[in-house]
Write a protein that binds this ligand. Structure first.
Ligand SMILES: NC(=O)c1ccc[n+]([C@@H]2O[C@H](COP(=O)([O-])OP(=O)(O)OC[C@H]3O[C@@H](n4cnc5c(N)ncnc54)[C@H](OP(=O)(O)O)[C@@H]3O)[C@@H](O)[C@H]2O)c1
Length: 273
C-alpha cells in the first residue's frame, strides 16, 4: 500500500547534484525507497565521479526493483558553466520533464584565514557552491515555468548553518552559503505567482566526505573534526529532503536548520572527553 508521500512522488523526475557521495547519495536512495511503492520515479544522478554514480544507480535498482525506479547517472561538473548549459539538452527525452532539483553539490577547501586563502580555493568554492547552484537553477527553471498555472516544480537548495553564522577559518565557505541563502530567498519572491516551491535545508555537522575534502584528503584531520561528537548522518538530511519534496503542493517548507543533539550553533559543540 503506497503512502500519501509515495503517491505524490510517483512518476516524478528528480535531479540531484553531488549524488556521488554523502548527502546527495543518501538523498538518491531515500527518494527511491520512499517512492518505490507507487512506482514510476526517475532519478538523474549527477557529479564529477561517474563511476561512483554508476555503482549507486546499480545499487538503487537492486534494492528497490527495476520496475519501480529508473536511474540515470550523468557526469556533470556544476562549476563549469558550459557543462551546465548543455545538461538539459543532452538528457534522454524520458528524463527531460524534471520536477525536482536538489542543488546539493558543494564543498569547502581548507581553513585558511585572509590574507592566506589560496585564490584557487576561493574560486573553486564560489564556482561550485554559488555559481554552479545558480546556473543549475536557471538551466532547469524554464522547464518548471512552462507548466500550467504559472509553473510548478521544486528547487531544494542545500545551504548550511555556516550561511547563518560565519566563523573564523571558514570565511569563503560561509560567504558561499550566505549567498545561497540570499539567492534562495530572492528566488522564492520572484516565483511567488507560480507553484514553484523554493526551499532551503541547512544542515549542521554531518559526517560525510566533506571534511576529507576540506583537509585535501587528510583523513586523520577529517576524523578529528568528529572526535567526541555524534554527528548527523547523510541519511538524516536525505530524510528531510524527501519530506519537503513529498508535501502537498500548497505546502512550502521554506527553511530548515538541522543539528545533531550536541550542536547548538556553528561553533557550539559538546564533545565527550
Ligand atoms: N557535511 C556537513 O557537515 C555539511 C554541513 C552543512 C552543509 N553541507 C553541504 O551539504 C552538501 C553535500 O556535502 P556532503 O557533506 O554530502 O559532502 P561530500 O560527501 O563531500 O559530497 C559532496 C558532493 O558534491 C559533489 N561535488 C563537489 N564538487 C562538485 C562539482 N564541481 N560538480 C559537481 N559535483 C560536485 C561531490 O561529487 P564529485 O566529487 O564526484 O563531483 C559529492 O558528490 C554540500 O553543499 C555541503 O556544503 C554539508
Amino acid at each position: 500500500m503506497a503512502t500519501a508521500v509515495a503517491k505524490r512522488l510517483a512518476g516524478k523526475t528528480v535531479v540531484i547534484t553531488g549524488a556521488s557521495s554523502g548527502i546527495g547519495r543518501s538523498t538518491a536512495f531515500e527518494f527511491a525507497r520512499t517512492a518505490a511503492a507507487a512506482g514510476g520515479l526517475k532519478l538523474v544522478l549527477t557529479a564529477r565521479r561517474i563511476d561512483s554514480l554508476k555503482q549507486i544507480a546499480t545499487d538503487i535498482v537492486a534494492e528497490v526493483g527495476e520496475g519501480n525506479v529508473k536511474v540515470l547517472p550523468v557526469q556533470l561538473d556544476v562549476s563549469k558553466p558550459d557543462e551546465v548549459r548543455g545538461f538539459v539538452e543532452k538528457l534522454p527525452e524520458e528524463f527531460k520533464e524534471i520536477d525536482v532539483l536538489v542543488n546539493n553539490a558543494g564543498l569547502v577547501k581548507g581553513v585558511a584565514r585572509a590574507p592566506q586563502i589560496a585564490e584557487e580555493d576561493v574560486n573553486t568554492m564560489f564556482n561550485t557552491n554559488v555559481t554552479g547552484l545558480i546556473n543549475m537553477t536557471q538551466a532547469i527553471l524554464p522547464i518548471f515555468l512552462r507548466r500550467p498555472n504559472g509553473g510548478s516544480g521544486d528547487i531544494i537548495n542545500i545551504g548550511s548553518v555556516a550561511g547563518r553564522e560565519p566563523y573564523a577559518g571558514g570565511s569563503i565557505y560561509c560567504a558561499t552559503k550566505a549567498a545561497i541563502r540570499s539567492f534562495t530567498d530572492s528566488l522564492r519572491q520572484e516565483l511567488i505567482a507560480s507553484r514553484v516551491r523554493v526551499m532551503e535545508i541547512d544542515p549542521g555537522q554531518v559526517e560525510t566526505e566533506f571534511s576529507v575534502v576540506r583537509f585535501y584528503g587528510d583523513k586523520a584531520k577529517a576524523d578529528a573534526v568528529y572526535a567526541g561528537c555524534d554527528p548527523l548522518t547523510p541519511d538524516d538530511i536525505a530524510e528531510v529532503v524527501v519530506f519537503v519534496a513529498g508535501r502537498r503542493e500548497n505546502v512550502v517548507v521554506a527553511d530548515t536548520l538541522i543539528f545533531p543533539s550536541h550542536q547548538a550553533a556553528a561553533g557550539v559543540m559538546h564533545r565527550k572527553s
